[in-house]
Each structure stands twice: as structure tokens, then as C-alpha cells.
Design a protein around this ligand. Sequence first.
Ligand SMILES: Cc1ncc(COP(=O)(O)O)c(C=O)c1O
Length: 291
Amino acid sequence: MSMVFLNGKHLPIEEAKVPVLDRGFIFGDGVYELVPVYARVPFRLDEHLSRLERSLSGVGIRNPYSRAQWREIIFKLVDAQPFEDQGVYFQVTRGVAKRDHAFPKNVEPTVFMMSNPLVNPPKEQVEKGGRAVTAQDNRWLRCDIKSISLIGNCLLRQLSAEAGAAETILFREGKLTEASASNVFVVKGGRIASPAKGNLILPGITYDVVTELAHANGLPLDFRDVTEAEVRNADEIWVTSSSKEVFPIVELDGGKVGEGRPGPLFRRMYDLYQEFKHKVMRAGKREAVSA
Ligand SMILES: Cc1ncc(COP(=O)(O)O)c(C=O)c1O
């Protein structure tokens, strides 16, 4: 039986219940995080907690815990699971109140946390690469907030799911933003490019790790507008997220990306990422490690 955390208590998932008037249920009024855990060591935990703080303040929900309290709850949950590699999901909603769009006064935020086995793409899948389709990015204009209101992302992800593809890559006004559940990097002529942070993309923790690894290893990386035409003519396309890590897209809307197989810069970044993960695991005991 899987142990979860709800409002101060660690309990079996079957016993975790939320009232139907929770604003997360009624309005999707909340924010969330997903932290990958390798060999029981949370990866980039402080960065995930900083992003949670930014998301909470972005939507005006009080942060119910200090950094130290969040860390303690997460470590306890991780230790309670029978598996080594985990994805710790946690969300904070505005709380339970009579249904009214305006914020209620004096409510306690609802905090829910669970940890599932972490499933990263297996090596064979990484060797083959994946397919993606494209769509217009029709989400709201605060994609920098990691909101639980994910209907836009779900509808867009469904397009690729129905096409049997791994991701839906998004364009807004002719420019690349991100994908339905990951950030996107393209490579052309030996240079890597990705959209700069702003309100149109989620500031990915994996995007930051890839950035640090590129800088530390002399790989040329530019943050700039990337046009739809550039994506369609790229030599390589990568998607990045805490669960996909760095993953190569080798087919876009049915056409080959570059040679139709994972490219050399992808291979280099993939190896650097795996090495870095092992460095973090070796440091163990939840220390911050930089590239
Ligand atoms: C829309 C979107 N963009 C980017 C990402 C990647 O973020 P991270 O690397 O922090 O997992 C995610 C992850 O869930 C996402 O949902």
C-alpha cells in the first residue's frame, strides 16, 4: 500500500480524501511540482522548492511550510516507499470553501503529496528516439506558473497520444514555445537554441540542468526566439523534463528530423546528463551539486 501525505499526515493512499468543495477540484485552483528522485536522492530539490514558491506567490496562495519543513516531509515520504527511483508529486490548492470565484478568506491551503516509481525512457527508446506532432499553443499567458489547471496541456498532449507520438511541440505566433509537458531545444549547424524564459514557457528544472551542462562543457547554446521554420528544418530536436530527462525527437509531423536518428549533440548531452545524475547520487544525502 502506497503511503501519501495529506494536510500534515502520512497515510495510506486509500485513506487520503479531499472534500468536494476543495478549490483544486472545483476550479483547478492550485499549483504543483514533480521532483525526480534517484536512489532515494531528490534531484535539484531546492530548485523545485524555489519554483513552487514562485508558483504559489504567482497565484496568491500562502506557502504553508518553510523550506526545512518541505524537505522533511519529502524525505519522510521518499523513505516510506519500497522503490529507489521515484517521482515525488506534490500540489497545494487554495483550500476548501463555498464555491465563489473570488478568493476565500482565512482558509488553510490543501497539501497533497505522493511518490510513484520513476519511469525514465529506457536506453533502447533513447537510442531510437521518439516522434512528435505540432500544434498551436492555445494555453493561457502564464505558462511560467506550474498550475494544476492543465486542461490546455491535456488537450494538446492528447493530439500526440492519438497520433502514437511522444510529445506535442507548440508554436505561438510562428515561434516555438515548449511542448505539452516538456521544454524544447533545437540544434542547427552545431549550435543549440531554445526559447528564453518568460511568461510563455515553464522554467524547467531540466532546462536549467541542460543549460549548466552546456556551459560547463563548451557546447554553444543560445536563448532566443526560434521560428517554426527553424524547428521544421532543425538537425536535432530534444525535449526535456524531469521524467523524460533529455529525449531526442527524430520524426516531426511524419517527416524526419535531420538524419532521422538521435544526433551527435544529443548523444553528448545525454551522456553529460547521465554522468551528472550519477554525481548527484554519489554525493548522496541530499546535497546540492552543480555541473
Ligand atoms: C509544460 C511543461 N513544460 C516544461 C516542463 C519541464 O519541466 P521540468 O524540467 O522542471 O520537469 C514540464 C514538466 O512537467 C511541463 O509540464
